[in-house]
Design a protein around this ligand. Sequence first.
Ligand code: FES
Length: 777
Amino acid sequence: MAATPPSTGGCPVHAAMTTSPTGCPVSARAAEFDPFSDAYQQDPPEYVRWAREQEPIFYSPKLGYWVVTRYDAIKAIFRDNITFSPSIALEKITPTGPEANAVLEQYGYAMNRTLVNEDEPAHMPRRRLLMEPFTPEHIRHHEPLVRKLTREYVNRFIDDGRADLVDQMLWEVPLTVALHFLGVPEEDMDTLRRYSIAHTVNTWGRPKPEEQVAVAHAVGNFWRYAGKVLEKMRQDPDQPGWMQYGIRMQRLHPDIVTDSYLHSMMMAGIVAAHETTANAAANAIKLLLQHPDAWRDICEDPTLIPNAVEECLRHNGSIAAWRRLVTRDTKIEGVDVPAGAKLLIVTSSANHDDRHFADADFFDIRRENASDHLTFGYGSHQCMGKNLARMEIQVILEELTRRLPHMRLAEQRFTYVPNTSFRGPEHLWVEWDPAQNPERRNPGILQAQAPVRIGEPSRHAIARTVVVESVTRIADGIVKLRLVSPDGRALPRWTPGSHIDVECGAPDRSRQYSLCGDPADEHALEIAVLHEPTGRGGSAWIHGQVRAGDKLRIRGPRNHFRMDETAGKLIFIAGGIGITPIAAMARRALELGLDYELHYSGRKRSSMALLAELAALHGDRLHVYVSEEGRRNDLAALLGRPRVGWQVYACGPKHMLEAVQAHCAAWPADALRVEHFESDLPQLDPAKEHAFEVELKDSGITITVPADKTVLASLRAANIDVSSDCEEGLCGTCEVRVLAGEVDHRDMVLTKAEREANNRMMTCCSRARGSKLVLEL
Ligand code: FES
């Protein structure tokens, strides 16, 4: 961790060495900030840790930019592309001298605004017109090429025992894919490859005066050659390729897709699709090999790869920072920033912000919100090629983990092309023992391949393997499973009310079970499972198949049934197996010394799990109702009078929850929280639904949700990332914020008050009551 700068007296932050354009003193660290220093190049988020923690926005006199470092502020900047214009995103960070400018002029270099740096109102109409080839449906068609190329390149070095993955594969595969995606003819690929690197140095780098002229020649050549290739494409615009698609769109909308626009897009497209992906793949492999546990996990379980890619993009993505121009006086993090100010928004720092990512520096390939990273930007300027990049990195990792699981990093010092934004090692040396190559013993593995997930990974990709340490019968028809990690590593921490998803024999058959053990025990998770012969098959599988020593795949823990530890009094109501989350909550209430009552109902004592343990722990606070003994919980007496400041938590059979809900109708909003494990969500019936529009405020597009599709499916088809898990309204993963329009809530997650607030919805099941919704996406 970086040391805290010494205080200079007065303001603890500012050292008054110099002042910002607003006259505010600049702190010593801000004055020293230099994104071309080795420290920034090696680890940008670590380099600005001090700022993230103490001075989240500061003025850098060396750069002439304001530097923004925290997640929320950067996301807000991406969201408002009027106040924060992207127009300087590609402006040269080091202005070129007259000699280099003359060279560029000589080539007729006239790089125009493109999708990445264009203001409204021009930007969105173009983006909408050119977006279709980037949707998951279209991206899918490129997977066979990516796989074929990756295999060919690995074939070239697999028997060598040593390779520089950047030079020998990672630079070339994404470039070839990018050129194919754009529709560049094979014969022009080599030339364009040679020129593209100069473009990065020209735009984001700090070439020395003597280098500038050479760089300008390369950029000029790149420009000129791109123009020639474009002309060639115009001769045959029906060929596949994004440029040809653009040429066809130009015919329909010549005012929107102009000539100069296409020429600029051609160049920018190559750089955007190629270098960022090559760098991202190199960063990902380096990071995974630096964390051998994670590398081993994805070798053993390739379904972890999609989320591992997201975590790599978050932890060490290929875009370290973006730039914006402030168009009107505004405030960022409470600091006045004047119109005309230039912003360096350090997205890599946002991705390490503990305010958004728990234990953000920790590399966790199962991190649930890894894909919230800002490496692709956000909103209307979010990288259109994100799903192409994700797919390429997944395929590359899948091929390498299958064919070279014994690969390790060689001794080396990593170097980076000096620039503020694009980041990836120039070389990545790895080594292995070719005699151990699995395909020498088992050539069959060459045919294997795991399905690639196009788009943001679903929660299904984040399963972890645990070992069943014991299976204990704790009541009639109820077994308790104690689950531990296979290698003795600690399991994720959890809070009372949390559940895990257990894959019951198949990835698409997962069931949710509340954790009922001790949250302080970091080495085990405990669940209790009731055998329900008429259920959907999950409990029957657990009772019939699972034995001590077996491996299970689980996801979570996740908590949508959180206990309010500040409540004046807590009423816990459990029926049957619903005691599992309630038991953990009551234990916590006891530990905290809170005022609480525990009401537990069941048919007969022998079928009530944990009874003796609860009696021993909770004494008089436990009220037991056994129906065969003629004792029932009198809900009218218990809940008849609404109490301010009390919280009621209930879990149990549907009829019991409905009764509790009815008795709490007059209680203050949100006083009752219930936990459901079964959805009664009916299948989507198009005959009973209506189509509606969804405006995505941050992305600047409007989509139609047809009667036979969910909002979630429609968002994904439009290339918008939303996570999901259960997809039946139970888990809360697919929640988004609603800005306008009335929601027809169908989930089991939101409370009555939360539904009435109408500012959140579950996209996997809920719909619009009227003709339109506006979402913060
Ligand atoms: Fe679980 Fe929507 S994905 S509630």
